[in-house]
Design a protein around this ligand. Sequence first.
Ligand code: G3H
Ligand code: 13P
Ligand code: ZN
Length: 328
Amino acid sequence: ALISMRQLLDHAAEHGYGVPAFNVNNQEQIRAIMMAADKTNSPVIVQGSAGARAYAGAPFIRHMILAAVEEWPHIPVVMHQDHGTSPGVCQRSIQLGFSSVMMDGSLMTDGKTPSSYDYNVDVTRKTVELAHSCGVSVEGELGVLGSLETGEAGEEDGVGAEGKLTTDQMLTDPEEAADFVSKTHVDALAIACGTSHGAYKFTRPPTDDILAIDRIKAIHARIPNTHLVMHGSSSVPQEWLEIINQYGGEIPQTYGVPVEQIIEGIKFGVRKVNIDTDLRLASTGAIRRHLALNPANFDPRKYLAEATKAMTEICVARYESFGTAGQA
Ligand code: G3H
Ligand code: 13P
Ligand code: ZN
């Protein structure tokens, strides 16, 4: 059944687990996530970005998610809109039937320029007023996402600050977070704690202090009733990078967020963990390998099935390590 983000994250907080929120653009991703959820008995958050809506069209994203709800009626599913750039964008998703929206007011509508605090409060509060009157949950964002190692926002198309960021910008302030939540009434808050979007988060193998876990603790202590969200949480599996490069890819050496550090964050209030890049890498690796090893194949179902299998394995692993397994 379709449920709101608030319902799911309240349950997650009560039972001390985190929920991976996977980005979806096509049927293979949705099936992989649902098969993994079914196998591990996990509740699901699937999210559509602006890029996803441009690629597949909002009606297709919506109907693919509804098809998943129909096929796996025993799995609770949150249909979430990722990184909305204005209250208007969020309003359209609410009208389409999304059960949760993100109003990312940390950046201006260009998705690049860091905004003022007052602007962020204003657009987020407007979105919450509208969404809550429809039973829809809202995620806000305070702080600018950026890698604490490189000072870069990351490479995702559409979202991400331009230029080098300061450490101050890349760490959400606990007092400001408390003020933001009291003014906007968001259900969940995306915080900046050292992660960035995309595959290029860290240039060296991450040390166990690469995320600002102390900052997560301090924010959680200040706003214990607001569910924290970690964006840019892909772990960039080295085995998939190797497979991609072995079969003709050219992806430079790069590192993501270690799963153990996400688990540490979950202990201190992180309830929603956004993952997109890991499924992209796994599906690309699986398809490259299949086509290289089966050069005569031209049936897309064969290589797409490989992609689905690779993505399912990653989803199962995340459900198990975040404690989502068994909670549906
Ligand atoms: O937040 C960024 C997500 O990874 C979505 O990326 O805009 O390329 O779909 P996208
Ligand atoms: P990754 O690029 O680390 O997968 O993060 C995705 C994300 O935060 C989507 O909002
Ligand atoms: Zn994000």
